[in-house]
Ligand binder design. Structure first.
Ligand code: 16G
Length: 242
């Protein structure tokens, strides 16, 4: 499997071999890898070379280390394109994953100042405050809080938020969500977020804030989401324009 006469660096060959085993499903998420020493002996290469390959794979998200236990195959991250304006339900379905939601609360509150500003409504106007854990094949991916003007988007029920909000807005209310701005920042999970997302307190997360608008510019939602950084990465295609 490793060709010492090849000009391709040995660590890179090992890295590619391990990646192939993961991609073919011969190494599965949660599997532990043989110790660096075993790889080194098996392929007659140095432990440094094995460590370099492992480190690369850890950095790329294929493997993770657990102190005192070893190196394990990670769950694959979902690669989310940033170009399209899609819903969580659509994103998961497009990947062949079963979307799900666990409702934490659905209530109507008087809009606090900041939310009123984001939704271009008056302070204390009624807004839906919807907090859900978003699941893919039953695994928590994100914790999402939506604020939606209750005068604009009517009839949101528990049944609707257990399925798709965007489907309700577009298919039932016949309003078309047209554009959005989104901000992504890194953070660490608070105690509560960790509990809902089934990760450790202090684990890395991505904070996403989305403002979506109807065609005429009316704000349709203000959303704060906490995504698991171990399960998500974002991708965007860019063009250099001169
Ligand atoms: C996504 C959106 C969120 C939207 C939700 C609707 C991000 C960061 N957020 O999670 O703004 O409210 O989809 O999903 O992408 P639903 O139609 O499945 O309820």
């Amino acid at each position: 499997m490793i060709n010492k006469n090849s000009p391709i660096p040995l660590y890179y060959q090992l890295e590619e071999n391990i990646k192939e085993l993961i991609e073919k499903g011969e190494l599965r998420p949660g599997d532990s890898l043989p110790a660096e020493r075993e790889y080194a002996e098996k392929y007659q290469i140095s432990r440094m070379t094995v460590r370099q390959a492992f480190t690369q794979l850890v950095n790329e998200g294929y493997l993770h280390r657990i102190q005192g236990k070893g190196t394990f195959v990670s769950e694959r991250k979902i690669e989310q394109p940033l170009q399209g304006l899609t819903s969580f339900t659509e994103d998961m379905k497009a990947r062949g994953l079963e979307p799900g939601s666990e409702l934490i609360h659905l209530k109507i509150i008087p809009a606090p100042c900041q939310i009123a500003g984001q939704l271009s409504i008056s302070e204390d106007d009624p807004v839906y405050d919807i907090k859900r854990i978003r699941l893919a094949d039953g695994v928590p991916m994100a914790l999402e809080t939506n604020y939606i003007s209750a005068n604009l988007i009517i009839g949101i029920t528990e049944q609707i938020v257990n399925q798709s909000l965007y489907a309700h807005i577009e298919n039932q209310l016949k309003l078309s969500i047209d554009s959005a701005t989104q901000i992504i920042e890194s953070s660490i999970a608070s105690q509560d977020e960790a509990k809902y997302l089934k990760i450790s307190k202090g684990a890395p997360v991505l904070l996403i804030q989305r403002n979506s608008f109807l065609k005429d510019g009316t704000p349709v939602e203000f959303v704060k989401s906490v995504y698991r950084a171990d399960r998500y990465k974002f991708m965007i295609q860019m063009r250099r324009s001169k």
